[in-house]
Write a protein that binds this ligand. Structure first.
Ligand code: PEP
Ligand code: MG
Length: 762
């Protein structure tokens, strides 16, 4: 409609439950955060004036009118003219009608609205009014029972019988998305909408293309400077790798190819805006055409950079958003920039319409332990600013305006989880040992330096697995040797004297990075990945080894090699490490000459030949995520065969057992760092198999510790023996469940709930 009327903003104000005060309920063009906040007393403002008049009116110089009321939160000072038509509903028994709101259009330029314009606006208002009525928008602002009774009476007198009945004002809408970051949050919605709607922009290019290009170049430079500032700010607040998220955006703005394309676009179209949007569309289409979700998500990077440059070009400001404590941020996409623009302390949860759990925003949300749901289709349209919502990051559900009983249920769950966590964290210093004194080391898997904060909070006894490829994914390419060295050293220092096990890059398979041109393969999981890739990208591999070795000077670093499938690979790596050490000595750079070098046991050949491998390395770490997929021939990322993927399969347990025995014979330490290490049903069996270290998600450590402390080693060993002889994975699940029950853990005040749910799901 705004388009038909050639207007720049269109808004709907509705009456509150008193049927008199008007409240801004929807808008295109004004700041959406003003929705639900701007309130006009009866008859006040131009909007109230239109409601009182009962027919459409127009104001060419709206701000010059006596009745004009200014609300800064709407950002409406940009608009010169305004036309408004009341929303009137008429029942069959009466033609008195009832005004339930006002439809408003505004224009940036001064405009004299014609009678035809007002006629069109009035027709729209007549069409909208019953829809508003029927969708019960009148009940948006929940009032007291008295209010509702009075409203129903007044509507009845106007011949209207709304479907709303007292007590039915709650919306109770439920939206499903992807569970992206665990936890429950309840809070008011804060819209994070910083995109520029291109359809609504009236951009007149300068006739001189040189000036257009100069404007765009200036906007590119401003954006680059702005991003540089954000990078520094974010880096200061959360660590360098958070800031590094903007590297790609900055690189894109500096990319000669991108800039050249823009210049051609501007010269071809004669317009900076048209040239820019043309190039952005081209990039967006290229990304959208690639099936890999990781690459598709990179398309959002291009859009984000594009929006920033457009805003600069048009002289708009990306506002540093102001939000209240405990807000649920609702956005189109979960972007890293949000963490720079918002104060994460105030964000209680994040919900995004688009995006998946592998996006960088998602990684940040998890690292900061902020519950998040992504891919929540329809959330932007449905949710209202300020509306209360429940975000369930465990199930991916979002409840809008929950009723009292649902809210109370979730508040209880939230409190239980909180109390349990605090209680368990307070006991973080207790050792993880069975009640008959068998000690198990509980370490954490980390990917970003900021995860170390959680290691402290949850009492991790070291880092069992540092997935360095996350840094490469964040950087969209290999970080430099110095950048890597600083990060590894930072981790080693932060954890010292506890060990930090740094795994060399484990790229390929499902972990692709755009800058690394890896040809498509028929079977990427069986292909050129991980250590195989490192051994054929020797420059990058050497740089990483130098970085790890330099960090090893701190004294607590271990090197872990992924996906080793035969001894020759290990021997080749030793040659390269020896050369690297030699080089560092020559350059006078300190390192730990005895840095332990271990291998992941994650392919069956390594497990089966563990005795041979154990003789030539310093430790083993079993990667059950991959070991399960390769042993059972079940792709770990394919949901069609997900029902067959089970690390508690007796075949996987046999390979674990074989590896543990080989490690014991060679007298080297062995740990397990797959997801299985967090699985409550698996813990008794893994302890019984003799694993001395379990490395998993930091947040799960307190729960795993409670389980370990409830075990008797003799019983755990007997459980493990039974599990090895079991006929099926479900028999093994039953063994694990029985142990948790017999240990009395299902009634545990802190973790009982969680364990029962794990057993139900298994
Ligand atoms: C594993 O395979 O179990 C493992 C820990 O490594 P990733 O999940 O990174 O492949
Ligand atoms: Mg693996």
């Amino acid at each position: 409609m705004a388009k038909q009327l050639d207007a720049d903003a269109c808004s709907v104000y509705l009456t509150e439950t008193d049927l008199r005060h008007l409240q801004l309920q929807a808008t295109i063009g004004l700041d959406r955060n003003a929705v639900g906040r701007v309130r006009l007393p009866p008859g006040e403002g131009l909007v109230g004036h239109a409601a009182k008049e009962g027919h459409p009116i127009a104001f060419t110089d709206a701000q010059g009118h006596d009745a004009y009321r200014y609300f800064p939160e709407t950002g409406e000072e940009r608009y010169a003219s305004l036309a408004a038509a009341p929303l009137i509903v008429r029942g069959s028994e009466s033609n008195r009608g009832l005004t339930i709101g006002v439809l408003v259009v505004q224009t940036l330029e001064e405009r004299v609205f014609s009678q035809d314009d007002l006629g069109l606006l009035d027709t729209c208002a007549r069409l909208i009014a019953p829809v508003v009525m029927n969708s019960q928008l009148l009940a948006v602002v929940s009032g007291s029972t008295d209010d509702r009774a009075r409203i129903t009476k007044e509507l009845g007198e106007a011949g209207l019988h709304p479907r709303t009945s007292p007590g039915e004002t709650e919306r109770g809408v439920e939206i499903h998305g992807i569970p992206t970051s665990r936890g429950i949050a309840i809070g008011p919605v804060y819209f994070m909408d910083d995109s520029v709607d291109l359809d609504r922009i009236d951009y007149t290019p300068n006739p001189d293309p040189d000036i257009e290009w100069a404007d765009l170049s200036g906007a590119l430079e401003d954006s680059r400077r702005e991003l540089d500032g954000l990078r520094g700010d974010l880096g200061d607040r959360f660590g360098a790798e958070f800031g590094a998220i903007f590297n790609t955006h900055i690189q894109m703005l500096e990319d000669k190819g991108f800039v050249a394309k823009l210049e051609t676009g501007v010269r071809n179209t004669g317009s900076a805006l048209a040239g820019l949007t043309h190039v952005l569309d081209e990039y967006a289409q290229t990304f959208a055409a690639i099936e890999d979700p990781y690459f598709q998500e990179r398309g959002s990077d291009v859009q984000e950079v594009g929006q920033r440059v457009i805003a600069r070009l048009l002289g708009l400001r990306h506002q540093a958003a102001q939000l209240g404590e405990g807000s649920v941020v609702v956005a189109s996409n979960l972007l890293p920039a949000h963490f720079a623009l918002l104060d994460p302390e105030k964000v209680t949860a994040i919900v995004s319409e688009h995006g998946g759990p592998t996006s960088h925003g998602a990684i940040f949300a998890r690292a900061l332990e902020i519950p998040a749901v992504t891919g929540a289709a329809g959330v932007l349209e449905t949710v209202r600013s300020g509306e209360e919502v429940i975000v369930d990051g465990d199930s991916g559900r979002v409840f809008l305006s929950p009723d009292d009983s649902l809210r109370a249920e979730y508040q209880r769950a939230q409190q239980r989880a909180q109390v349990a966590l605090e209680h368990l964290d307070a006991l973080a210093d207790r050792p993880a040992e069975t009640w008959d004194g068998h000690r198990v080391r509980l370490t954490a898997n980390v990917g970003l330096l900021s995860d170390l904060r959680l290691c402290e909070r949850h009492g991790a006894e070291g880092v069992g697995l540092f997935r360095t490829e996350l840094l490469a994914l964040v950087h969209r390419g290999f970080p430099s040797e110095d950048e890597q060295q600083q990060l590894y050293e930072g981790a080693a220092q932060a954890m010292s004297p506890r060990p930090v096990t740094i795994r060399t890059l484990d790229l390929g398979g499902d972990k692709a990075i755009p800058n690394l041109q890896v040809e498509e393969e028929e079977n990427p999981q069986l292909g050129w990945r991980s250590i195989r890739l490192s051994l054929s990208h020797l420059d990058g591999f050497r740089a990483q080894l130098r970085a790890i070795l330099r960090a090893s000077a701190v004294g607590n670093v271990r090197i872990l090699l992924p996906m080793v499938s035969q001894l020759d690979e290990l021997r080749r790596v030793y040659e390269i490490i020896d050369e690297t050490k030699h080089e560092l000595r020559r350059r006078g750079m300190p390192f730990d000459p005895n840095v332990p070098i271990g291998i992941m046991i994650e392919v069956p050949s390594a497990a089966v030949t563990a005795d041979v491998l154990a003789r030539e390395c310093d430790f083993f770490s079993i990667g059950t995520n991959d070991l399960t997929q390769y042993t059972l021939a079940v792709d770990r990322g394919n949901e069609r065969v997900a029902h067959l993927y089970d690390s508690l399969h007796p075949a996987v347990l046999c390979l674990i057992d074989h590896s543990v025995r080989a490690a014991a014979r060679a007298n080297i330490p062995i740990s397990l760092c797959g997801e299985m290490a967090n699985d409550p049903l698996a813990v008794p069996i893994l302890v019984g198999l003799g694993l001395g270290e379990l490395s998993g998600v930091a947040g799960a450590i307190p729960v795993v510790k409670e389980i370990v402390r409830s075990l008797d080693m003799g019983e755990a060993v007997s459980d493990a023996r039974q599990a090895l002889d079991a006929e099926s994975p479900s028999d093994v699940h039953a063994i694990g469940a029985r142990r948790l029950e017999e240990a009395g853990l299902l009634d545990h005040p802190d973790i009982g709930d969680w364990l029962r749910r794990s057993i139900e799901r298994s």
